[in-house]
Ligand binder design. Sequence first.
Ligand SMILES: C[S@@+](CC[C@H](N)C(=O)[O-])C[C@H]1O[C@@H](n2cnc3c(N)ncnc32)[C@H](O)[C@@H]1O
Length: 380
Amino acid sequence: MTKFELIATAAMGLEAVVAKEVRDLGYECIVENGRVRFKGDEFAICKSNLWLRTADRVKIVVGEFKAKTFDELFEKTKALPWEKFLPENAEFPVSGKSVKSTLFSVSDCQAIVKKAIVNRLSTYYRRTSWFEENGPLFKIEVSILKDTAMLTIDTSGAGLHKRGYRAEQGEAPIKETLAAALVLLTNWSPDRPFVDPFCGSGTIPIEAALIGQNIAPGFNREFVSEGWNWISDKLWDEARNEAEDLANYDQEIDIIGSDIDHKMVNIAKANAFEAGLGELIQFKQMQVKDFTTTKEFGVIIGNPPYGERLGDKPMVEKMYTEMGQALSPYETWSVYMLTSNERFEECYGKPATKKRKLFNGFIQTNYYQYWGKRPPREIK
Ligand SMILES: C[S@@+](CC[C@H](N)C(=O)[O-])C[C@H]1O[C@@H](n2cnc3c(N)ncnc32)[C@H](O)[C@@H]1O
């Protein structure tokens, strides 16, 4: 097996959550802006794609070097061992980005990288004609930051948020990777009740159920690197079998998703069935102000409307107040809400135990956390 330099890319603010996941898979890692670096072999590529819940993609770093001129970019790209990755018929589109760098023309950088790789492969495969590029896909990226170029190959294909269960969605669905992070950032464990009172298409309850039963999020999808000749089908089978063995389908879980909109409730149910969790999660139509429970030590996670649309704010803020009133009797419950609304705590009626800045797409939000009393066995 070969040792690769790998990166798991992460949305801004989620790097530490991704790093914990990478470590839990057994890989030492380094946290950087927007990514987590780790070293691993072919099996690590299969495993990280199958298991990482909060990362966007897994990429191989082919090389990293200083490049201030196009000549430097060409020669240093050509010096990298591309033939180790790309077979003769590989399809290898090159995309790029450049930030605070001398080489700022992204289209020129892409063209030069492509030319350098073609040059290298032509020598290796003794080609005098064009490469047909009718084989497996290797998406290459040249990313230049402060004159340092990083050349990567994507191993994931569709972003890792595409789990394969979301057949339908509402107006503002949360990305599956962020939904998983919201769950992992709480103190929820599968023996505690879980409620999402703004469930929409059901993403947060579905991610919680996958976490609760230790089901690999990528179990029902394919990855672009499955088409590569140097990662055997046997290895992918091994990683999938391992995931199957680790899944704990017998774990009982108590997860409820509710929403004011009955159409969303039906969509959430359909998505949960698609994820194979249909029987496991209860969905119902309900307004948050009508929340009641006799259970204790539960966790509520929600991505409510933010009131960003013109005219929506007063209505949304009133709803936050009603939510605060409805949830205040439940001292043993912990409440976690993600919103961009700066007046959330004021409307909800009390300051959060902790806040964490997170991005929901391009919207800067706060994850407001109200910690409830700890379950008795946790008290030392
Ligand atoms: C931002 S969306 C949630 C998206 C969801 N996380 C998903 O992935 O699809 C907010 C949801 O809150 C629901 N909602 C709005 N007001 C509500 C209320 N007072 N009580 C309960 N649900 C409400 C909306 O119908 C909408 O589905």
